[in-house]
Structure formats: structure tokens, C-alpha cells
Design a protein around this ligand. Structure first.
Ligand code: SAH
Length: 436
């Protein structure tokens, strides 16, 4: 049996739920309020310095270096808390690999590029992309590629190294350094790990963020008769060892993030996402490349999307902190605003449209033709259904891209004097696939 196929079967069989599910925090059935080390830490902090913002709560719970949920946990997959597209089907990562090669060709085949992944989970997505780069070796042979992973989790970075690196070449580790780990991938490409995007060398790069922006901390605001008020997390005075949401008694500085013409009654804002988008835009505008961002989200329309996941079930965000994933839908309209016109943005387009435009049906057919056993075909079809079905991940997840302006407007090519607007180049995934 084909090795690629075998891996896909293992993934497609995973009967798990995905995180992009509608959920309003606080209405779940009572769950046991275990006093976790994180809860103890937060109670102490709040009792000594006062209520904390939801953003601070999320940041502490997820990435506190000592007790954070992401730092010491492998939460992905059947035995974990949630499952993501690359873990469901190899086709997902392969099509993203094709997208990067297509962008590399369309933007003039630079002699070198960095592939930078933010929040790489188990390293599965990069592994699938690297397999495509390997298969297209004849196209990429003159190009110097390096891999750069931005990851705060000690546990996940170890799993990424196992997935991606050649075990005969020992990893170089230096916890104090900005590059905390270095090695060589199974296909001989240099690979490095960082905690922060700012530390990744500048240069022609393709950036990738899949289910990364949704874990960044959000501030929450509620419209009241007295104006916008920020939501805070406080200790519940009625019950010991329990947290509750409260509204700030007066306006807070973070209110500056809310648009003047905002019509919603409740808003979530993620300043960390804004900082990252600004950094990506600056880099792409000055050194070229592109960013592909895929996540569940909305275009500035949703309100309360903050939710928790534990063992593939929705979980009250304030219960047993540190034992469950916390997430909020990505506001793509905010990401677009934060690009500040330095680069062009495309999307969001629904996952099923993006993958269809990338040729998901052709790839599925190839794998189905290669699959000998009916059970294997069945599992390939199940994985496809999970990614594409509008009731599953097909509509809930979106793709969004940042590209240099000249890439979209025929940079370098002569303009037709009769045209008032420059010709618009098509970008794979965001435009309908045309077979030639
Ligand atoms: N992209 C992967 C994993 C998504 S889970 C997939 O789709 O399967 C979120 C990932 O982001 C994890 O790897 C987590 O450790 C990482 N992460 C969370 N907060 C981060 C931060 N502030 N900086 C860098 N990585 C972060």
C-alpha cells in the first residue's frame, strides 16, 4: 500500500469534533470545578491585584510558561481535546504546499525562501507541505529553502522535531537563545524554532498560520447604557474557588480598539493578532512573499465566540482553567484593517471554496484510485467530507491571504495604456480553478 495513503487512513478514521463550533460561554451544564494549579494561581493573582481582563485570563491559561495549557500538553487528535484539518487528511497540507509553490512561481521564482509556520501543532502540516516540495523537486531545485517554526509550547516543539527532523542529525538546543532549537528536516532542509515571529530572520518568506490566530487573547466588551464596558474575570464572592465574569465600572483603555461606527452589542478584539498582522505586512511589503491564514472566523459580524474545549466537548471557559483549550473566532475584518494597506489582502473565502479551487477533487480521485481496500476508500471519503461539508468544516473555516500589491496588479508587466485599472492577476485558491 502507498505510504501516503496509509497515513491518511489513520487520520481520516479519527472520530473527533473540530473547534469551530458555535458556542456561547457560560450556558453549559455544570462541570466539576476542580481546583487546578492554574485556578489557584489566578485566584491568588486576582485577590492581590484585582480582576483581570479576558485577554490576560486567556494568555495566562494558555501560555503561562510554568502552567499554561499549551506549554506542557499534546492536546491534538483523538486522545486530546480537539482535531484540526491537517490531522484529519493529508490532502489539506498537500494543497497548501501546492499553493506556496504556485505563489513562488507567480512571484518570479526567487532563488531562496523561508517557510515560516506560526503555531505548528504536531508539525503535520509542515510535513505534508515538505512532501509536496520534495515531489516537486525538479521545479524547486534551484531554490534554497529553510523552515522556521514559531512555537511557545515545549511539549509540541518536541513532537514537531520528532515529526520533521532527521534523527541521525542531533538537534542543537539553547533555551536561552532566540533560536531555541535547530536541526535538519528528513529531506535535508535547515529548520529552526523561535518563540516569537519578531525573531525569525527577515527575508523572502511564505508565512502560514492554521488555527493559530484563534488562540491569541481577546478583550471582550459589552455595550451598556453608559457606553462600552470591558468584561473582566473576578473571583465569585458567593462560592469559594469559582471565577465569574464582571463588567468594568468605567471605560478602560482597551476601548480604543472598538470602531466608532460599531453596531454590535458585544465585541471581541485581539490586539496581539493586530501586532502580528502588522509585522507580517511590513515584512511582505519590504522583502516579498505571502501569508496564508486559515481559521474559523467572521468578517466583523459575530459577538460572543469565546469558548473552551476539553476531550472533544465544549467546556465552560472559567472552569478548571489549564485543563481545556480556550479559543475565540478570528475577526478577519480586523486583520484586514491591521494590514493598513501595506499589502493587499484576499478573502476570507470558505474552506470548501478554497480547497475546491486548489483541486481537492482531483487529488481525492488520485488517492481513491490508488486505494485497494474499500475501507480505505471509505476513510478517504470521510476525511474529504469533514473538510468540505458545509455542516462540518467546509463553511466554518476560512482562508485569508496577504500579498505584495504588485503581485495582484501585474507588477513588473507593462500596463495597457487603455486600461484605467492595472490587470489583476489570479491567485490560486481565491479564484475559480480553470483547467487548461
Ligand atoms: N496549526 C496546528 C496547531 C493549532 S493549535 C494545527 O492546525 O494542527 C495552536 C498552536 O499554536 C499550538 O502549536 C500552540 O502551541 C501554538 N501557540 C499558541 N499560542 C502561541 C503563541 N502565543 N505563540 C506561538 N505559538 C503559539
Amino acid at each position: 500500500m502507498n505510504a501516503l495513503l496509509r497515513r491518511c487512513v489513520a487520520r481520516a478514521g479519527t472520530p473527533c469534533i473540530w473547534r469551530g463550533k458555535s458556542f456561547s460561554s457560560g450556558n453549559e451544564p455544570a462541570e466539576s470545578n476542580r481546583v487546578t494549579p492554574m485556578l489557584r494561581h489566578l485566584m491568588y493573582k486576582i485577590k492581590s491585584t484585582g480582576p483581570i481582563t479576558v485577554a490576560e485570563y486567556m494568555k495566562e491559561v494558555l501560555t503561562n510558561p510554568a502552567k499554561g495549557y499549551y506549554v506542557h500538553h499534546d492536546m491534538l487528535g483523538e486522545k486530546g481535546d480537539f482535531i484540526t484539518s491537517p490531522e484529519i487528511s493529508q490532502i489539506f497540507g498537500e494543497l497548501l504546499g501546492v499553493w506556496f509553490v504556485s505563489e513562488w512561481i507567480a512571484s518570479g521564482k526567487s532563488t531562496a525562501f523561508q517557510l515560516v509556520e506560526l503555531g505548528p501543532g504536531r508539525g503535520t502540516l509542515t510535513a505534508d507541505i515538505l512532501r509536496v516540495f520534495n515531489q516537486l523537486g525538479s521545479v524547486l531545485k534551484t531554490c534554497d529553502i529553510s523552515i522556521h517554526l514559531v512555537e511557545v509550547s515545549q511539549k509540541l516543539s518536541e513532537i514537531q522535531a520528532l515529526t520533521l527532523t532527521e534523527e541521525k542529525v542531533p538537534l542543537e538546543r539553547d533555551a536561552e537563545s532566540l533560536v531555541y532549537m535547530k536541526g535538519v528536516t528528513k529531506s535535508g532542509i535547515p529548520i529552526s524554532w523561535y518563540r516569537d515571529l519578531k525573531d525569525v530572520p527577515k527575508g523572502y518568506s511564505f508565512y502560514l498560520a492554521h488555527e493559530f490566530f484563534d488562540v491569541l487573547p481577546v478583550h471582550k466588551f459589552q455595550k451598556t447604557p453608559h457606553g462600552w464596558r470591558e468584561v473582566f474575570v473576578d473571583v465569585d464572592p458567593q462560592t469559594s474557588d469559582k471565577l465569574r465574569f464582571v463588567l468594568a465600572p468605567c471605560a478602560t483603555p482597551a476601548e480604543a480598539f472598538i470602531q466608532r461606527d460599531e453596531r454590535r452589542e458585544h465585541v471581541e478584539v485581539c490586539p496581539d493578532a493586530g501586532v502580528i498582522i502588522q509585522e507580517l505586512s511590513q515584512r511582505i511589503a519590504s522583502t516579498g512573499g505571502a501569508a496564508l491564514i486559515a481559521d474559523y472566523g467572521h468578517d466583523g459580524t459575530k459577538t460572543d465566540t469565546f469558548r473552551g474545549f476539553c476531550g472533544h466537548q465544549l467546556h465552560d471557559v472559567l472552569v478548571a482553567p489549564g485543563t481545556a483549550d480556550l479559543t475565540a473566532d478570528v475577526d478577519f475584518s480586523y486583520l484586514r484593517r491591521m494590514a493598513q494597506g501595506k499589502v493587499a489582502s484576499l478573502g476570507p473565502v470558505e474552506q470548501r471554496t478554497f480547497l475546491k479551487n486548489m483541486g481537492v477533487d482531483v487529488r481525492l480521485k488520485v488517492l481513491l484510485d490508488k486505494a485497494r481496500e474499500p475501507s480505505m476508500k471509505q476513510q478517504l471519503l470521510q476525511g474529504y467530507d469533514m473538510l468540505m461539508n458545509p455542516q462540518k468544516m467546509g463553511e466554518r473555516f476560512n482562508f485569508f491571504a496577504l500579498l505584495p500589491h504588485q503581485r495582484l496588479h501585474g507588477g513588473g508587466q507593462e500596463r495597457n495604456a487603455c486600461q484605467s485599472e492595472p490587470p489583476t492577476s489570479s491567485v490560486a485558491g481565491f479564484d475559480e480553478l480553470v483547467w487548461q
